[in-house]
Every structure is written in C-alpha cells, then in structure tokens.
Design a protein around this ligand. Sequence first.
Ligand code: PMV
Length: 294
Amino acid sequence: MENNITVSVPGKLMVLGEHAVVYGYPCIVTAVDKYLTVEGKKIPGKNDKINSYGNKDLSFVKNAIFLIREKYDIGDKFQLDIRSEISGMGLGSSAAVTVGTVKILSVILGLNLSSKEVFDLSYRVVRINQPMSSGFDIASCIYGSTILFDGSTKKVKKITDKILPLIAIFSGKKADTVSMVDQMAHLYKNNPVKTKRIFDSIEKLVKKGVDAIKNENWQILGKLMNENQKYLKELGVSSEILDRIIDNALQSGANGAKISGAGGGDCIIILASEEKKKIITERLLEKNYSVLKI
Ligand code: PMV
C-alpha cells in the first residue's frame, strides 16, 4: 500500500477587478490562511474512493480524475479524502478542490506537472461547470500571495507576500457565480458601451491598486476598493445585505469595503488599519455579522 500524500490549497478573496477579468481585464486576488486539503493514495480495486468532509460537490474532483486518466492513459484507482474550511462562502472551494486533485494526482503518479500545467488542466476542469470562468481563483490556489492576474493572457505577477489588513464578512448567502456571470454577459450584450466603459475604469483602479499594495498605502487602496464597489453596484451585482455590511464598515472607520467575487452574496472584504480592524470587527459582531477568522 502506498503512503498517503497531502496537498493543502488556500482560499482566496478578490481585492479588485471581478467581472471585468472575465472579459480579459486584470484583477488583484489574495490568498487567505483557510485551506482545503486533499489527502490521497493509489488503491487496489476497480473504483475510486472519494470521501469529502465539508465540500459537497464532487463533480470537480471526478472531472479532474477523468481528465488526467484520459490524458496520461492511467488505469490506477485512487482514494482521496477531502477536508474543507473554505466551502460555501465564496472563498474559492471549487477552484481549490480542482487544483488539489490535479496536484495530488501529479504527485502520486510522478507526473511532475509544472505550475502552468496544473493551471491549464485545472482551468479545463473548472470550465466544464463554469464555461466563462476567468481562472483567477485557480491562479490564486496555485501561486498564493497577493497576485495580479491577467484575464486575457492568464499570466500571474506576484505583488506581495505580506498580509493585507483585511476583514472578511460572510453575508450569510451563498452567491450563484454562474448566474451572476450570465447576468453580466446579458448586460455586456445589451449595453456594450456602458459595460466596457465601466470595465475600462475598473482596469485603471486595478493598476493603481498594484502600487498601493506595494507601497502599503491602505488609504489609497481603500479608496480604490470603494470606487470598485460603486462600479459593481452600477453593474447590478451588489445587494441590500451586501450594501448594509459595507455601510456599517465604512461608518465604523474602514478605509474601504467591497464585495469579493461574483456578488449577490458570499463575502464582503473590508480594509482597515490594525487598530480600526478591532473596533470594526467588534461592531460587526455586535450586529451578528459573520466575521471570518482569516
Ligand atoms: O464568485 P467567485 O468568488 O467565484 O468569483 C467570481 C469572479 C468573477 O470575476 C465574477 C468570475 C471569474 O471567473 O472571474
């Protein structure tokens, strides 16, 4: 019997540039210290054995195994045990379980896949369920840190390894990424001039955001996040509850706050100085908001 191998994949938050990245624009994404782990080994027998704790959707895992089996002509069967701290709140569990499966099979089978190969395979898998996906979340799973992801070339540039002073609040509602992306596609088709103008403006924010993060200028980054949020609202992907959390955070002294990801639910990210972070967190907890430990 083979020894078990374990792969840990981090969750993510979108700092700036969601939706626009689907149309080839850049975005900034940061990895968080909450993980999905895949433990696995080859097993004898005719079937794979997949046990999943905290991550219900196994289609990404099954598609990843299928794709690798087919591409590398592999007959082995596997046991995979998946544990997730990041499911159901927009921290990127679909991408993480895909990357985790591709990576662990690469190690178990000695395929030695490069990061680019892990990206390409994972991206194929994710697009089976989410055809318009930009791949930013896959890149975050693979490269960690805070990165600039180019939605058109899929290239990654590291911005920093340092921790960003962020708070993440789960809105209590899981976002339906595919339908939010479809909704945006409708808007793009029906109103291309307006949508493109907004995406062009978001791109400018992302470019300024890279410098703000490098210079650790949280006041500027906060302003950029607020501007990004205004554009996301104009694009129709915010919601009453998301707006309420944002207003609360800004009134309590945050530098900036916005949705992270597709919108309609999932998480709000709040940027604040270390001292303000404490006050904001306390106030949000008093109002029974779900502050994530990241
Ligand atoms: O909802 P999330 O956290 O999966 O983020 C989606 C981000 C989009 O830009 C809307 C889609 C994408 O694939 O980039």
